[in-house]
Design a protein around this ligand. Structure first.
Ligand SMILES: NC(=O)c1ccc[n+]([C@@H]2O[C@H](COP(=O)([O-])OP(=O)(O)OC[C@H]3O[C@@H](n4cnc5c(N)ncnc54)[C@H](OP(=O)(O)O)[C@@H]3O)[C@@H](O)[C@H]2O)c1
Length: 332
């Protein structure tokens, strides 16, 4: 089978096509023939991990060390990137009861990766389920990661109808899903993103969108019930001015400083601070699938690239031009 591999860290050019033996499903696994995969934050970070210092990493030092060992110290330990996929079940292991050959599926691997390949084995109880009936392969390939993270993280905020929510990083994988989910929960939603994507975030349902390079949302005078910072780019001092007294500052990326703030808020400090990790579970993926089929969540695809142009796909994802998701077509 063909795979897109990288054997050293670096610029998009490190990605190249290689041949590998086709895998065989274990007893509890399904063999998926992949139709499409995505280029997301994790793929770009893993490809370039040698250049990411602990200070540049959006998580505490311990997480950086874990990622360093997971991705490989000097060179990548798993040469096949790709955490999201859509495809068809080709065969199943002898203990598999939940899938059968021919099933259209989509899913998310987390940091394990491996979806930049024509075939992949997935545990039947992994983060994989039936593909949304109303999505193309390309749309389904980029529908899992951001939405699975967002649905889990936003559950912790228990958004109520009528609340005001600000999503910082609203044009990214997690933020774009969060905007749509918060709207569905009945909130009025504002977003923060780059200048090129203000209209894109509005098209997802945000009423007001701030350009982080030119505008400071905290000068706007609005008071929010929830500020969800995906990349952890804000300071508590900035956010505090814009949160209602009972409001919540939710962070998907955080450092020790924010963890200490969370500790203080567990002793009554207001507004509350929560640093949260989403597990990437199958239950959340099924909930995402149902919301996609109900028309609540969209999975906008900006550009699609063939397998041979994986480096080009990564270059475009890093260009600052993208409006939505980048897909690599593996099948066909
Ligand atoms: N807690 C968890 O369980 C969990 C799970 C997965 C990932 N994460 C974390 O989530 C982050 C990746 O999120 P993602 O996949 O959604 O990333 P993404 O798709 O790359 O999107 C990043 C978003 O942040 C915006 N942004 C960039 N610089 C900014 C700044 N200075 N101020 C405000 N916004 C800025 C981007 O805006 P433009 O593109 O418009 O410029 C974009 O909207 C990483 O830090 C990762 O560690 C956390």
């Amino acid at each position: 089978m063909k795979t897109i591999e990288y054997t050293s860290y670096g610029a998009p050019e490190v990605l190249h096509l290689t041949e590998r033996p086709k895998p065989v499903a274990g007893d509890n696994e399904i063999l998926v023939k992949i139709n499409a995969t995505a280029v997301n934050y994790g793929d770009l970070a893993a490809r370039n991990f040698k250049a990411i210092s602990p200070a540049q990493f959006n998580m505490p030092l311990l997480f950086w060390l874990i990622a360093k060992f997971t991705f490989g110290l000097q060179k990548p330990s798993n040469p096949v990137l790709g955490s999201e996929f859509s495809g068809l079940v080709e065969s199943v292991g002898k203990n598999v009861t939940q899938f059968k050959p021919g099933d259209a599926v989509f899913g998310y691997f987390g940091q394990n990766m491996g979806a930049y390949a024509q075939y992949v084995c997935v545990p039947q109880d992994g983060c994989v389920t039936r593909k949304p009936a109303n999505l193309s392969d390309a749309e389904a390939a980029c529908a899992s990661y951001g939405a699975v993270m967002a649905i889990n993280l936003l559950q912790k905020a228990a958004i109520q109808p009528g609340q005001k929510v600000l999503i910082i990083g609203a044009s990214g994988s997690i933020g774009a899903a969060a905007v749509q989910l918060a709207r569905f929960a009945g909130a009025s939603v504002s977003g923060v993103c780059g200048a090129q994507r203000l209209e894109y975030v509005k098209s997802l349902g945000a009423e007001k969108v701030f350009d982080y390079a030119r505008e400071d949302f905290s000068q706007d005078g609005a008071a929010y019930d929830l500020i969800f910072d995906v990349l952890g780019k804000t300071s508590f001092a900035q956010v505090k001015k814009s949160l209602k007294p009972g409001g919540l500052y939710l962070l998907a990326s955080f450092k020790l400083k924010q963890l200490l703030l969370m500790l203080r808020s567990s002793f009554g400090m207001k507004p509350r601070v929560m640093c949260a990790i989403a597990p990437g579970s199958r239950e959340d993926l099924i909930a995402v699938r149902d919301l996609i089929e109900a028309g609540v969540l969209k999975s906008p695809v900006d550009k699609q690239f063939p397998m041979q142009q994986a480096a080009e796909a990564h270059r475009y994802a890093e260009s600052g031009l993208k409006q939505g998701n980048i897909v690599i077509n593996i099948g066909g």
